[in-house]
Design a protein around this ligand. Structure first.
Ligand code: PEP
Ligand code: MN
Length: 334
């Protein structure tokens, strides 16, 4: 349920109503917009007398939120969420580029890629340490050591870092990781999502290849229900009958999610296409469609990458793309 207060409501009257709602065992999320204040109520609202609420002189209207996702619902919080991390901002008109290798492979590799993506304009460094691979015989990532190397690159460049967690038992290792990624395969690992909800750290939640947008939002809700409001959604391609690309990039997720939620929306054209030749056009399309950011795989030597070389841009290709992304954003915002 949401309660929209009239413009100019006196703070003491607002506080009085909030205290009363809290005494009814409801959690109240307050969204102060330019004109209206929206109170989002979480909990069992069945016993609340809607007509009584509506009759209060400070109340403009009362609406029930019929969707099962509440806290990530745009009705609940009309203004865009802006996630701030180490100087980078994502959402509400702030655009971020997360770039780096699929996997951290060595100190030289991660330092070299980190320097080049920073120079090209990326403001967040990505690097996988725990890798969810289809084959148990494939490179599984450097794990704890990979995270340690990623932190070295953070120290050297000042870029905040994002890396994927697969198992909640490794959470301690992520203390200095600025954004924790939940990969596509774990989009509905509800135990993991619930644990991450107890953190106060941004979570990049990737859409599972077979998940609807509503399921993605329910997964975000799992994190937010624990009190962690900094969730970034990431579309990275879904499974369809098409085989020309690794997955099918659902770019319409950008406007569709924009309507449904206030959370920032990032596009990953690397895992979506699986082909470095297709990454630039999809990245530009995502920027034009109004995404809040991109996640792009970049490797200093894609031919010898231990994971996802085929979809990785070289630093030069990334640099050329970053300039075009800036130009597209300029053109679209103009
Ligand atoms: C990744 O970003 O390294 C990754 C494994 O992506 P996804 O979960 O989208 O497959
Ligand atoms: Mn990858």
């Amino acid at each position: 349920m949401i309660v929209i207060l009239k413009p100019g409501t006196l703070p003491e009257k607002k506080e009085h109503l909030i205290s009363w709602l809290e005494s009814q065992k409801l959690t109240v999320h307050i969204s102060d917009g330019e004109d209206y204040t929206v109170l989002g109520l979480v909990g069992d609202t069945g016993h609340i007398d809607v007509e009584l609420l509506q009759s209060l002189d400070i109340v403009n209207s009362v609406k029930t939120v019929s969707e099962p996702f509440k806290q990530c619902n745009r009705k609940f919080r009309p203004d865009d969420t802006v996630v701030s991390v180490g100087g980078a901002k994502i959402g509400g008109g702030n655009f971020s580029i997360m770039a780096g290798p699929c996997s951290v492979e060595s100190l030289d590799q991660i330092l070299s890629v980190a320097q080049s993506v920073k120079e090209a304009g990326a403001n967040i460094l990505r690097g996988g340490a725990f890798k969810p691979r289809t084959s148990p015989y494939a490179f599984q990532g450097l794990k704890g050591e990979g995270l340690a190397l990623l932190k070295e690159a953070k120290k050297a460049t000042g870029l905040p870092i994002v890396s994927e967690i697969m198992n909640v038992n490794t959470l301690d290792l992520f203390e200095d990781v600025d954004i924790i990624q939940v990969g596509a395969r774990n989009c509905q690992n509800f135990d993991l999502l619930q644990e991450l909800g107890h953190l106060r750290k941004p979570i990049l939640l990737k859409r599972g290849p077979a998940n609807s947008l509503k399921e993605l939002l329910m997964s975000a809700e799992y994190i937010m229900a624990g009190g962690n409001e900094d969730v970034i959604l990431c579309e990275r391609g879904i499974r369809t009958f098409e085989t020309a690309t690794r997955n099918t990039l659902d770019l319409s997720a950008v406007p569709a999610l924009r309507d449904l939620t206030h959370l920032p929306i990032v596009i990953d054209p690397s895992h979506a296409t699986g082909n470095s030749r297709f990454v630039p056009s999809m990245a530009l399309a995502a920027a034009a469609a109004g995404a809040d950011g991109l996640m792009i795989e970049v490797h200093n030597d894609p031919m010898h990458a231990l994971c996802d070389g085929a979809q990785s841009l070289t630093p030069d290709e990334f640099s050329a793309l970053a300039k075009k992304i800036a130009a597209v954003r300029q053109a679209v915002l103009a």
